[in-house]
Design a protein around this ligand. Structure first.
Ligand SMILES: Cc1ncc(COP(=O)(O)O)c(C=O)c1O
Length: 464
């Protein structure tokens, strides 16, 4: 690392802003000196290189503490030291530079993909960090969390699927393979793309789509396979991805219920060609209202989904409409809320897993069929679903005992009036139909206390 450059000395010498590290630069904030002191003005376009949506102030940093130590995928930051001094290092993997931020009227712009570290805070240092949009910050973090190149925030989970299908050119006259056992949103996404959902039965052990039955459902019209990671457990994605590859059909994960789940060590969101997430408030990662996202490694798909969700016009290219798009964008307020929740997602999922383990142990030996974990899976237990031959009585009894239950879901999509046009009759998908008659969801969530879990086990054992 070369000698640190003092921002004050740089300002006084009138040096060039370019630091030779990516697009990192020093920024002369507009400032006025006069008898009454020093006035610094931040103005977009005039010193401020991006639209700041948030600012952080870092102060009272103990000796030796280092902050930063990461690069952002899509976020711009401007570091301005308001008092004291801080040493900031930037690196783009080949070049690096250290700058002593020691004046309030010089900012350090750290653009996306530049690594930044801040150290050697003086005791009186007050560092202001201005950051660009929440949506980009969340997208970048969620992509990193899932292990994909891109995350595109959209309005909700249903839109996320529909936009990917449309971006792939799926439409009229096409078919998409879906599970017969899912929430109806999976099917609706296919319908809203203009295509026909073709149901495939689940593996009765895991409740997820049975990969062994997928190939029989493929026809020359099949344009996508849409497995669902139901209840928080990834579908058998190795097998499904192989079928997709062999047949040249892209795979879209419906990961609405599986934030953080893993299959073969990789996270949901990175198991197919693209994935759709819902951040509806009840999900493992939930916002305060509707929100969703698409994750993918495919640069072109990410661009097309973003374009389609933004009236068909690329952000930054207003009033230029490439496609007949929709209005489905991630609300910045929801993105701001999702950030802190992503911080605790793993902890909350681990809490769900501990509860599930206690249920599995505590309910063994009852007449209930308990959920199974598929090979290579790390389940995130969005729901804990058991099966009972006497569901109605069980639920009524548990209700009296103060244990609330639910049914996910009482009627499979093929028997809903909404899909009567497809002409599926009762008995067409017997595995799903039997499941829909028997499933019961027991209480699960990070908020449950150990005593509550023990109570549920005791009452379910007595009622089952
Ligand atoms: C499996 C599944 N897919 C898709 C969705 C749709 O997500 P959203 O409600 O965000 O549109 C849901 C939501 O409940 C779901 O459970």
């Amino acid at each position: 690392m070369s000698e640190p450059l003092s921002a004050r000395a740089w300002f006084e010498s009138g040096g060039a802003p370019d630091l030779g590290v990516g697009r990192a630069s020093l920024v002369r904030m507009h400032s006025i000196y006069e008898r009454r002191g020093h006035l610094t003005v931040g103005e977009i376009g005039n010193g401020m290189p991006f639209v700041a949506r948030r600012f952080f102030v870092i102060s009272e940093v103990p000796d030796e503490r280092i902050r930063g130590e990461h690069a952002h995928r899509a976020l711009d930051q401007l570091l301005v030291c308001l008092a004291g001094s801080v040493v900031a290092e930037v690196s783009d993997g080949t070049a690096n530079r250290s700058i002593v931020l020691d004046v309030a009227h010089v900012g350090l712009h750290i653009p996306p993909m530049v690594w930044g570290v801040q150290r050697d805070y003086t005791r009186d240092a007050v560092l202001m960090v201005l950051a660009s949009a929440e949506v980009e910050a969340f997208e970048e973090r969620f992509a990193r969390y899932c292990g994909t190149r891109h995350c595109v925030g959209v309005g909700n989970g249903l839109d996320a699927m529909m936009l990917v299908l449309r971006a792939w050119g799926v439409g009229e006259g096409h078919e998409v393979i879906v599970p017969s056992n899912t929430y109806i949103a999976t099917w609706l996404a296919v319908s809203y793309a203009g295509a026909r959902p073709v149901p495939v039965e689940p593996d009765p052990a895991t409740y997820d789509i049975d990969p062994g039955r997928i190939e029989d459902a493929i026809t020359p019209r099949t344009r996508a396979i849409l497995p669902v990671h139901l209840y928080g457990q990834a579908a058998a994605m190795d097998a499904i991805a192989q079928i997709g590859k062999r047949r040249g059909i892209p795979v879209l994960e419906d990961a609405a219920q599986a934030h953080g789940a893993r299959h073969g060590g990789r996270r949901a969101g990175a198991l197919g060609d693209a994935a759709a997430f819902s951040f509806y408030p009840t999900k493992n990662l939930g916002a305060f209202g509707d929100a969703g996202a698409v994750t993918t490694d495919d640069d072109d798909l990410a661009r097309r989904v973003r374009t389609l969700g933004n009236y068909g016009s690329l952000p930054g290219k207003r009033y230029v409409n490439e496609l007949k798009g929709f209005n489905s964008r991630l609300d910045p307020l929801q993105a701001a809320l999702l950030g802190p929740r992503l911080d605790v997602l793993d902890e909350w999922n681990a809490r769900r897993a501990r509860i599930a383990k206690r249920y599995l142990e505590g309910l063994a030996g009852t007449p209930l069929a308990l959920p199974a974990i598929g090979a290579g899976n790390e389940h995130v237990w969005h729901l804990f679903v058991v099966r009972s031959k006497r569901r109605r009585e069980l639920r009524e009894d548990l209700e009296k005992r103060g244990v609330g239950t639910d049914v996910h879901y009482p009627t499979p999509p093929h028997l809903q009036a909404a899909y009567s046009d497809l002409g599926h009759r009762k008995g067409a998908f017997p595995i799903s139909e039997a499941m829909h008659d028997e499933v019961v969801s027991l209480p699960i969530g990070p908020h449950l206390t150990d005593d509550e879990v023990a109570y549920v086990i005791e009452q379910v054992r007595a009622a089952a």
